[in-house]
Design a protein. Structure first.
Length: 610
C-alpha cells in the first residue's frame, strides 16, 4: 500500500556535500536548477538553470529532465522521465543526491531550539487590561495558568510550588521559569523552578526596571541577550527582600507582563494567608537553592524530590553521601548544596578519589610539609584548602583502606596532620559521593563501616537518566543551544521520532553520556536542519564504538576497507569534537599534518565545524 501524504515525506540528501545537506521536497512539482525560481537551487558544474523537475505525489515520485545540457541520471544511468523511489541516487551535472522517504514523526519537531537574540536590556511594559481583551487568544492561556496555579497553591499542608512552576512553563511555552527571592544582600535564591534556568538579574538591575502602569509594586525587565523576563514584588514585613518570577527563552517576548504579575501576586498572597507555620514549611518544601547558571532542573518527580531534599540539607551541617551511577551529576548537586548553605562564601574543594594514583592520594588530601624530602615543596592538601567551606570527596568507595583510617581520624578529631608537620584544625562540611555498592564493599572488607556511618549522615540517591526520561527534552534542548552556539551550528531542533530513539536508549553513562551524544548530533546534523532518528542512531552507535562496546565487524558481512574507514571516521570525529572543530589542534592530537586531516575530513564526509 502506498503511503499517503499525511504519513510520509520525501527529501534529497546531497552526497557530494561534505555537510550531507538535506533538501526538503513538497507535494507537487519541485524544480531543480541554478535559477533562484526553482524549488531546489543547486550549484555545481554541469547544472542548467532549469535542469529537471521532481514530481512528488501520494503514490511516489517521478524525475523528468527538462532538456538540460548535461542530462539527468538515476543510479548512474541517463533518463528523460522515470519513476524514482527511496534509495535511488539522482544525478544533476556533478551533483549527486539520494532520495529518502521519512515518516511524519521524523519531520515534526518534539524539541524546538530557540536562538536568543542579543542586545541591550530593555523594559517590557503592559497593563492588566491585556488579560481581559474579549476573544483574544491570550484569554485561554491566562485562564489555564491562573486556574492551575490556584489548584497547586491550595494543596495541603503546603503549596506545590514546583508543580506550579511546571504548569507555567508548559502553558507559556518557554524554556524555563523559577520563583526567586532577592535578599537585602547577596544573589537571588531560587525557591522553585522548572525547565532550564539561567543567570538571574541583580537587585540593581531590577531597581532600574519600570513599574507596570496599573500597579507600582510590580516591575518588569526584559533582557534579550539571555531571553529573560522578570516580574518582581516587594515582600512587606520581610525587610527589603523581593519576590520575583523569572521566565527564560526567546518566547518570553510574547508573554504578557501582566500575566507574570498576576501569577506572582497569587504566589505572594498564598504565603500571606497561609496558616501559621505553613509558609515556613512551604519554603522548606520548595527547593530553597541557589542554583549554578545554566542548570536544567527538570520537571520529573524523581529530580524534584532530589532538589527538595537538597533544599532541606542546605541549612544543616550533617555530612551528606550522594549515591548514584557514573554521570548523573553528583558533583553538580554537591556544588548546589554548598552554594545554598551558610558556607557559600567559603571554598568548595572537590577531589575525585578514583582519578588520583593511590601513591599520590595521601599527599593530595593531607598535604606535605616543607623539606620532607629532597626536591619536595610544601603542599597544603585538599582538607586544609577546604577549611571554612565544603569538601567534596567523589568516588569515596575507591579510597584505599589505609587512607580510610586516616580520614576517619580527621572526621573524629577535626584536625589534619600533613606529612612532616604538626596537626592543623579544620572546619569543613563533608559531602561524599560514590557509584559503588558500599554495603557490599563493607562486607568484602574493602570499606570501613565506621567511616561509612560518619559520611552517611544523610544519603541522597540520584536516579539514573533512564528512570527520568521525561527530563530528556529539557536536557537535549539545553545541550543543543550550548554546543550550537559554541560551534556556530544552529540546529532547528529534534524530531518526534528522534526523541523517541533517545528515550529508548539505556543511557549507561547518564547525563554525561547524553552531553557527548548531543555534541555529536550537532556535528552530524547539517546547520539549519532538524536532528532526525538517523542522526540519533549514528551518534549513539559512534558513542558505543568509541566506548569499545563491540567492534561491529562480522566476517563475510563487512569488508576490511569499510571496517577500517568506519573506525577512522570515529577517531577523526572524536579529535574534532575535543578541539571544538579546530583542525590544526585536531591534527596535532592525531599526530598528522593539517592538510592530511583536511583530506580525510573531505573523504569521510565529516563536517569540521569551522
Amino acid at each position: 500500500m502506498s503511503p499517503s501524504p499525511a504519513d510520509s515525506f520525501y527529501r534529497l540528501r546531497l552526497l557530494s556535500d561534505h555537510e550531507g545537506r538535506l533538501l526538503a521536497l513538497t507535494l507537487g512539482e519541485n524544480g531543480i536548477g541554478t535559477d533562484a525560481r526553482n524549488r531546489l537551487v543547486l550549484e555545481g558544474r554541469g547544472i542548467s538553470r532549469f535542469h529537471a523537475g521532481l514530481q512528488v505525489a501520494a503514490d511516489g515520485c517521478v524525475l523528468e529532465d527538462r532538456g538540460s545540457k548535461n542530462g539527468s541520471t538515476v543510479n548512474g544511468k541517463p533518463i528523460q522521465r522515470q519513476p524514482v523511489g527511496p534509495g535511488d541516487v539522482l544525478g544533476f551535472g556533478t551533483v549527486r543526491c539520494v532520495l529518502e522517504e521519512i515518516s511524519r514523526d521524523d519531520v515534526e519537531l518534539a524539541v524546538a531550539v530557540d536562538w536568543s537574540t542579543r542586545g541591550k536590556a530593555t523594559t517590557l511594559l503592559g497593563g492588566t487590561s491585556d488579560l481581559t481583551a474579549g476573544g483574544s487568544a491570550i484569554d485561554g492561556v491566562v485562564l489555564r495558568c491562573v486556574g492551575d496555579l490556584l489548584d497547586r497553591l491550595s494543596l495541603a499542608p503546603s503549596p506545590d510550588l514546583e508543580g506550579a512552576m511546571a504548569d507555567l512553563n508548559r502553558h507559556l511555552g518557554i524554556r524555563g521559569i523559577c520563583l526567586v527571592e532577592w535578599p537585602e544582600a547577596g544573589p537571588g535564591r531560587v525557591l522553585a523552578a522548572a525547565g532550564e534556568v539561567g543567570g538571574l538579574p541583580s537587585r540593581d538591575e531590577m531597581s532600574r526596571a519600570e513599574a507596570l502602569p496599573q500597579d507600582e509594586s510590580f516591575r518588569m525587565l526584559l533582557l534579550p541577550e539571555v531571553g529573560l523576563a522578570t516580574a518582581r514584588l516587594p515582600r512587606p514585613g520581610e525587610g527589603q527582600s523581593i519576590l520575583g518570577l523569572a521566565a527564560f527563552g526567546t518566547a518570553v517576548v510574547s508573554v504578557q507582563p501582566s500575566l507574570l504579575a498576576v501569577c506572582l501576586h497569587l504566589l505572594h498572597r498564598r504565603s500571606e494567608t497561609a496558616e501559621p507555620g505553613v509558609a515556613e514549611s512551604s519554603e522548606q518544601g520548595a527547593m530553597g537553592l541557589r542554583l549554578p547558571e545554566g542548570i536544567v532542573t527538570g520537571t520529573s518527580a524523581a529530580m524534584t524530590s532530589v532538589y527538595r531534599q537538597l533544599g532541606m540539607l542546605a541549612a544543616d551541617e550533617v555530612p551528606v553521601l550522594i549515591l548514584g551511577e557514573t554521570g548523573v551529576g553528583k558533583e553538580h548537586l554537591a556544588r548546589a548544596l554548598h552554594d545554598s548553605s551558610d558556607r557559600a562564601a567559603g571554598p568548595f574543594v572537590a577531589i575525585n578519589i578514583a582519578a588520583v594514583p593511590s601513591e599520590l592520594l595521601e599527599a593530595e588530601l593531607f598535604g606535605i610539609g616543607q623539606g620532607v624530602a629532597t626536591g619536595v615543596s610544601r603542599r597544603k592538601g585538599k582538607l586544609v584548602e577546604a577549611d571554612g567551606g565544603t569538601l567534596f570527596l567523589d568516588e569515596i568507595g575507591d579510597m584505599p583502606i589505609a587512607l580510610q583510617t586516616k580520614l576517619l581520624r580527621v572526621l573524629q578529631e577535626g584536625e589534619v596532620t600533613p606529612l612532616g608537620e604538626k596537626p592543623i584544625r579544620i572546619d569543613v562540611r563533608w559531602v561524599a559521593a560514590t557509584h559503588a555498592d558500599l554495603p557490599q564493599r563493607i562486607a568484602d572488607k574493602a570499606f570501613r563501616q565506621d567511616l561509612y556511618y560518619r559520611l552517611a549522615g544523610y544519603e541522597l540517591r540520584v536516579p539514573p537518566l533512564r528512570r527520568r526520561t521525561e527530563d530528556l527534552p529539557l536536557l537535549v534542548g539545553y545541550f543543543l543551544r550550548r554546543f550550537g552556539r559554541k560551534l556556530g551550528r544552529n540546529v532547528r531542533g529534534v524530531t518526534v521520532k528522534a526523541l523517541q530513539r533517545l528515550q529508548e536508549h539505556a543511557w549507561p553513562g547518564n547525563v554525561r553520556e547524553l552531553r557527548h551524544v548531543v555534541r555529536r548530533l550537532v556535528y552530524l546534523c547539517p546547520p539549519g536542519q532538524a536532528i532526525d532518528s538517523k542522526h540519533v542512531a549514528e551518534a549513539i552507535s559512534r558513542a558505543e564504538l568509541g566506548a569499545g562496546q563491540g567492534d561491529g565487524f562480522e566476517l563475510g558481512v563487512n569488508g576490511l576497507e569499510e571496517y577500517l574507514e568506519s573506525h577512522e571516521r570515529v577517531i577523526v570525529q572524536r579529535a574534532l569534537e575535543q578541539t571544538d572543530g579546530n583542525q590544526t589542534q585536531a591534527a596535532n592530537l592525531l599526530k598528522i599534518s593539517r592538510n592530511s586531516l583536511a583530506r580525510r575530513v573531505q573523504r569521510l564526509g565529516i563536517g569540521d565545524g569551522e
